[in-house]
Design a binder for this molecule. Sequence first.
Ligand code: 6LW
Length: 494
Amino acid sequence: MSAFTNPVLPGLHPDPSVCRVGEDYYLACSSFEYFPGVPLFHSRDLVHWTQIGNALDRPEQLRLPLDSPSSAGVYAPTLRHHDGRFWLITTNVSGQGNLLVTATDPAGPWSDPIPLPDLPGIDPDLAWDDDGTCWCTIAGVAQVPIDPHTGQLLGTVERIWSGGEGAKAPEAPHLHHIGDYWYLLIAEGGTERGHAISIARASTPRGPFEPCPHNPILTHRGTDHPVQNTGHGDLVQGPDGSWWMVLLGVRPGGGTPGWHVLGRETFLAPVTWVDGWPVVGEPALESSVPWPLEPGPVPPVRDDFDHPTLQPSWISLRDRREEHCTTTERPGWLSLTARGASLDDLDVVFVGRRQQHLSCRARTLVDPSGGTGGLAVRLDEEHHYEIEVDGGAVRVIARVGPLKTVVASRSVPARPVVLGVDVCARKTLADARTGPDTVNFGIEEPDGTFTALATLEGRYLSTEVAGGFTGRVIGVYAAEGTARFDWFDYTPLD
Ligand code: 6LW
């Protein structure tokens, strides 16, 4: 047995859909208001995942209007391999609706989107029948045959199941042909603490579906398990032929009921079969797989912005236009030119990466000679903390709901300065009553020492406070003119 740590994809990586092609695994997640959309990962062992791209990385593929709110945008994809090609279907709830893209190489390029204007709802799934019929199943749970090459519906949308428990929000369907049955896996109960996974089976893809007598087959509702909100899963076979589930869960910190700050993350759980029904093991923080594991790749701490395009892990708010975001204007620097004036604005120019560790450190060297810019920890427009430099002044700003204030400020020489944030998870329960972590901003002095300027409570940047479907993203932004960033360091401290 080889030990591994869940989540296998920490940070804002919800709604995982996985497929296997020979020895290779590919996984896709939701991306909401961020561009590019739908991050894609590769693995050989289901445990270590490397991002290979984003399925929607061209403006022609993904339109997120500047007035589309946080937690709108791109929801729950399904990723499948069929007939020598990868197929990815998803929903952009901010205008484009359901759409499908294909690729021969999952690292891209992916096709322009094939729209499915007549397909209602969210969470589309694709499954091919032996006769070549492509069944598209959506939240509800309803189904229709489609032509995946044109996006046309080839029949009427029919309700095929209402869920295993009569709970709210039967959604996230994935239809799998395993052995003699078509298994319809769904999530229900909503994506918060009541989340659960149920399953039904039928001898044809269209039903009639017989519910599993043990539904829900996975839920952590009403427990004090450290992983909560478990749901929205997909099934895959491991390298040894055993069955596994990828699913979303959250790690609330800071007492009961807890606040989770990293968003919904991707976990891996074992599946066994009893009487033709899957039995899902615990998505435990400390878990193991029965095949050998090589150490995973360690991502570099520093991005020097030395490439003409940004690494695929960088995400921008809603769009990424050359005139607002470039590494070629001053080679080796990320130059951000302001549009919105602050992180309160939907059109702010912000480029960040998911916070993936409960404790972490970020630093960036900013040249403020061309404008005002800063380093932020962002949940949404109404929940963000940042440190900003403007000529000769540095200030720490907190926005929580309707309240916004400058919590600290200091004058600095008008030259490039290192801005920093340390996110520190609270380790003990006594500490944890006030929240899961603190978010500490400061600057690096010319002699390399770090001067803390403000310590802020992390729970206000949690999903339990802010709502929504996302998690924290740490990144840089421009508030006025052009702010230029020489490098950005992200150091895990867990
Ligand atoms: C998604 C739904 C869900 O479409 O949350 O947890 C929604 N599941 O299936 C957004 O991620």
